[in-house]
Design a protein around this ligand. Structure first.
Ligand code: NAD
Length: 387
């Protein structure tokens, strides 16, 4: 069938299989052009099908030559609906990884469950040997507690007082005022349960218990801080509380890995267009302006450039360059003073009339469409495709 983008609110409900393959192929081409990295050889990526997790898997495979086990939760196509982009990305990744060689397996299922943890451990034992890098890159709206069975939801809300700001509709390029509600205590706790570090720690405990972690193993969980402009929405909001919980859990995991000489780090990454981030009000406008400023300065990066630099200049080359809280900062270019100052200057002036001049709203929309396999110039979207 012929596939075109279909929107429900900010969400795109269709994905193009060939476009998704192209998205994966381009990322692979990028890392191949950058060269090899001497690093981890057996990598587990939790949240491997899109965004930062997919980019990490591509760098591990095509730059460090690692075997990879990728966990994700994606939907297969039905008669009427395409699969989710991550499902196509996994297929594309597997195809290219097969040409590359090594062991690569994708497990599709709920990473929060005990069953998927057990399945992953079996795979590792039977096919991989011990793991030397675990990347935790989940972004999920809900989590079922594996013990109590209770389902928790994460919300994107502010804390304390309601927050008024402006946001961008990247489909219509309109900027409008937005009021973000303050969260209840239950919503804050729910968000920490879903997006905090509890499940990361459970994974590391299960892997250690099963004796599948190599001496000197490293584990990373991805985080975001961003600008003061978005603090009430992000860093000081519900999601920020969950990210602070990651910091705490990273300390606990560090202690747990001591006898293995292992290390756990939170890596603070750059704000980018992914399925998770495009849903956050206020942040979409901030990212559009940030893209404009960083592109003009020649320092813009996408997920793949971020992950390549994380591996080559922090994890396996250069130095970790930890901040005062012991985190890796690969958001260093976004946080540069000159970049942040220019974003702030633009923030006060930007409106629906000048949004294309002062921000890269069009680039945001292009990146968003590419997540679903749309907008690649070398693909003929009028052709029927097998979904
Ligand atoms: P994403 O939506 O692109 O990817 C999420 C991944 O999690 C997908 O592979 C999905 O299949 C998987 N997933 C979700 N629920 C799952 C479940 N129950 N079981 C198994 N897999 C599941 O998200 P992203 O933006 O790449 O975010 C990944 C991490 O990076 C998050 O912790 C996020 O906060 C962080 N981060 C994102 C940004 C950004 O701007 N996008 C910036 C810095 C840090």
């Amino acid at each position: 069938m012929r596939i075109e983008p279909k929107f429900r609110g900010f969400i795109c409900t269709a994905a193009h299989p060939i476009g998704c393959e192209e998205n994966v192929r381009e990322q692979i081409e990028y890392v191949k052009s950058k060269g090899e990295i001497e690093g981890a050889k057996n990598v587990l990526i939790i949240g491997a099908s899109t965004g930062y997790g997919l980019a990490s898997r591509i760098v591990a495979t095509f730059s460090t030559g690692a075997n990879t086990l990728g966990i994700s939760f994606e939907k297969e196509a039905s008669e009427k609906r395409t699969a989710t982009p991550g499902w196509y990305n996994n297929k594309a990744f597997e195809k290219f990884a097969k040409e590359q060689g090594g062991f690569h397996k994708s497990i599709n299922g709920d990473a929060f469950s005990n069953e998927i943890k057990a399945e992953a451990i079996d795979e590792i034992k039977n096919n991989m040997g011990k793991i030397d890098l675990v990347i935790y890159s989940l972004a999920s709206p809900r989590r079922k507690d594996p013990v109590s069975g209770e389902v928790y939801s994460s919300v994107l809300k502010t804390i304390g007082e309601d927050f008024k700001s402006k946001t961008l509709d990247f489909h219509s390029f309109k900027i409008s005022d937005v009021e973000v509600e303050r969260a209840t205590e239950e919503e804050i706790q729910g968000t920490i349960k879903v997006m905090g570090g509890e499940d990361w720690k459970l994974w590391m405990e299960a892997l250690k218990e099963a004796d599948v972690l190599k001496e000197g193993v490293r584990t990373l969980a991805y985080s975001y801080i961003g600008s003061e402009l978005t603090y009430p929405m992000y860093n000081n909001g519900t999601i920020g509380m969950a990210k602070k919980d990651l910091d705490e859990k990273s300390n606990e995991i560090n202690l747990m890995l001591k006898d293995l000489k292992g290390e756990a780090y939170v890596s603070v990454n750059k704000g980018l267009v992914t399925q998770a981030s495009s849903a956050i009000p206020v942040v979409s406008l901030y990212i559009s302006i940030m893209f404009k400023v960083m592109k003009e300065k020649g320092i813009h990066e996408g997920c793949i450039e971020q992950c390549y630099r994380l591996f080559s200049e922090r994890l396996y080359g250069g130095e970790l360059a930890l901040d005062e809280a012991g985190r890796i900062r690969i958001d260093d270019l976004e946080m540069r003073e000159d970049v942040q100052q220019e974003i702030k200057d633009i923030w006060d002036k930007v409106n629906s009339e000048n949004v294309k001049e002062y921000s890269d709203a069009e680039g945001f929309r292009e990146d968003f469409l590419k997540l679903f396999g749309f907008g690649f110039e070398n693909i003929d979207y009028t052709k029927d495709v097998e979904i």
